[in-house]
Design a protein around this ligand. Structure first.
Ligand code: 5GP
Ligand code: MN
Length: 361
């Protein structure tokens, strides 16, 4: 169609000079390197994998073939993507992963802002003498890379990658795997445009991706409509039997024990999105999902408006993330951790009330 050939005029409104500088620097590093390695964060979501695969396609178009590492296994709902089978799972193949890290002369880290998000690969990466690039959209990046491309105004790292590659006039990288990977990242981090930091730029990007033929139904079905009956039942059980609501603190949470998870034959990814559901309750601005693991508890926090889930997670759970979506983990049983949360929560009363008031305006 005609649209396909239009210049990327709406994208010109972006901070083009800045992106130009970053892209130029990145291209230079890629040109100078022979062994390029991409790495994403542990428990990679669609944005981490999307950004990594998109970067790989672009780097291939520049004549280099980068390797890819994930700190641990990929969730099933991402396995349909082209080239995910090339991602080395560091947890299961530490020797292969270590060799890739030690041979690399350029390491590009995507979708995280602290080294601890690389799991067991962390120390090897820190010790590596390779040049390092970080491409990310989380707040407060720690500057452990030679080149930090951080833009918190982006819905996703994948959107940021799209702008690095196509944000300048005359740039037209339309590889179909690239387009699909970027779209996966954007719909993952926005919950198919339901939450997160999507902007006019995000929607203009999505417009370009659709113009270029991204199969939105196919991608949506893989990411969001792929649940097992057990997963649907687990969600019903969690909402019915494991939900606690504190209306006066505008907070709701779900706690699931290991036995609960076993009962519904839980597989990784099954509890994705549970915390978001709680935020659809009238007056609720903070939701938490507590999942019991062996010896520790993993939590997912979601919030609305001004309430800073990132800050709460940093203070309370040694975690982090974005203002409205954060995570963390803590040693102890689920009851200990939930108690700790119950005891800490009242100290955030003012912030919770303010956020709730703003929401109801
Ligand atoms: P989720 O709840 O979907 O696992 O994560 C939500 C957000 O919080 C993501 O942006 C993720 O990067 C971040 N996050 C999740 N778990 C942790 C954690 O243990 N530590 C830190 N720093 N961030 C996390
Ligand atoms: Mn992301």
């Amino acid at each position: 169609t005609l649209l396909f050939f239009l210049p990327l005029s709406p994208l010109k409104a972006l901070k083009v000079p800045e992106f130009g500088k970053y892209t130029k620097e990145l291209k230079k590093l890629i040109e100078e390197s022979d062994h390029i390695l991409l790495i994403c964060h542990i428990n990679p979501d669609g944005d981490a994998i999307g950004a990594m695969l998109a970067m790989r396609r672009w780097i291939i178009s520049r004549g280099k073939e980068p390797a890819m590492i994930s700190p641990n296994a990929l969730q099933k709902f991402l396995l349909w993507m082209n080239d995910v089978d090339r991602v080395v799972d560091f947890h299961h193949n530490p020797a292969v992963g270590a060799e890739l890290i030690n041979n690399a002369d350029l390491i590009i880290m995507v979708d995280f802002n602290t080294t601890s998000r690389m799991g067991k690969a962390e120390q090897l990466i820190i010790n590596s003498t390779a040049k390092k690039v970080m491409i990310d959209h989380h707040p407060d990046p720690s500057a452990f890379a030679d080149l930090v491309i951080s833009d918190v105004s982006r819905s996703s790292t994948s959107e940021l990658v799209y702008f690095l590659v196509n944000g300048m006039e005359g740039c037209e990288f339309n590889d179909s795997d690239f387009i699909t990977a970027v779209y996966v990242g954007i719909i993952t981090d926005t919950g198919n445009f339901e939450h997160g930091y999507y902007t006019g730029d995000t929607m203009r990007t999505v417009g370009h991706l659709l113009d270029r033929g991204v199969d939105k139904e196919r991608v949506y079905n893989h990411i969001f409509s792929n649940f097992s009956p057990d997963r649907i039942r687990l969600k019903g059980f969690a909402l019915h039997s494991r939900m606690v609501v504190h209306p006066e603190l505008h907070t709701a949470y779900i706690w699931l024990t290991k036995e609960d998870l076993d009962r519904f034959h839980h597989v990784k990814g099954d509890t994705e999105g549970f915390a978001n559901v709680l935020l659809t309750m009238n007056g609720i601005v903070l939701s938490v999902l507590f999942i019991e693991r062996t010896g520790f508890v993993k939590m997912s926090l979601r919030s609305k408006g001004s309430f800073n889930a990132n800050e709460l997670s940093r203070k309370c759970f040694n975690g982090g993330g974005h203002r409205n979506a954060a995570g963390g983990e803590m040693k102890g049983t689920i009851h200990e951790v939930v108690n700790h949360f119950e005891n800490t929560l009242p100290s955030f009363r003012k912030e919770l009330e303010d956020a709730a008031e703003e929401m109801m305006k």
